[in-house]
Design a protein. Structure first.
Length: 143
């Protein structure tokens, strides 16, 4: 995998939709319009790891939040998510964020391992947050 992360723009919205649909259930996948709208908002940025995956992040004041991060199934376990996470933290920090938040399903064990190894800690819980009924664990990292 290349070490280069590309900045996502509204021109990438259809591709973001395709990757998101591979990574999430139909009930949770976002469409191209959602991605285009999000990327046009102040404080938003997206990063793409070639054709493997992407992260969408929002920065407001000194806090950042990962809205979604996903890697195509065929590209998993190759370091793309770790690279995207680090890239999002770096940009968010440069934009003034001192902490990064995200939610992860209690059923997503691989993501828990990724975030734990990256230094994220549990700070909250959203009961039945996801469409499959799983809870959303709120994680935070000081960046």
């Amino acid at each position: 995998m290349s070490s280069v992360l590309l900045r996502a723009t509204t021109a990438h919205a259809a591709w973001l939709e395709q990757i998101h649909a591979l990574a999430f259930s139909a009930d949770d996948a976002w469409d191209a319009e959602v991605f285009a709208t999000q990327l046009d908002l102040p404080g938003m940025f997206g990063l793409i790891a070639e054709d493997q995956g992407f992260v969408l992040t929002r920065v407001a004041a000194d806090e950042a939040e990962i809205l979604t991060i996903c890697v195509a199934p065929a590209a998993r376990r190759q370091g793309a998510a770790r690279k995207l996470l680090a890239g999002a933290e770096k940009i968010a920090s440069a934009w003034g964020a001192t902490s990064m938040f995200l939610e992860v399903s209690t059923y997503n064990y691989a993501a828990f391992d990724l975030y734990k190894n990256a230094g994220y800690e549990r700070v909250g819980l959203r009961k039945r947050y996801y469409s499959d009924g799983s809870d959303g664990v709120i994680l935070r990292k000081i960046i």
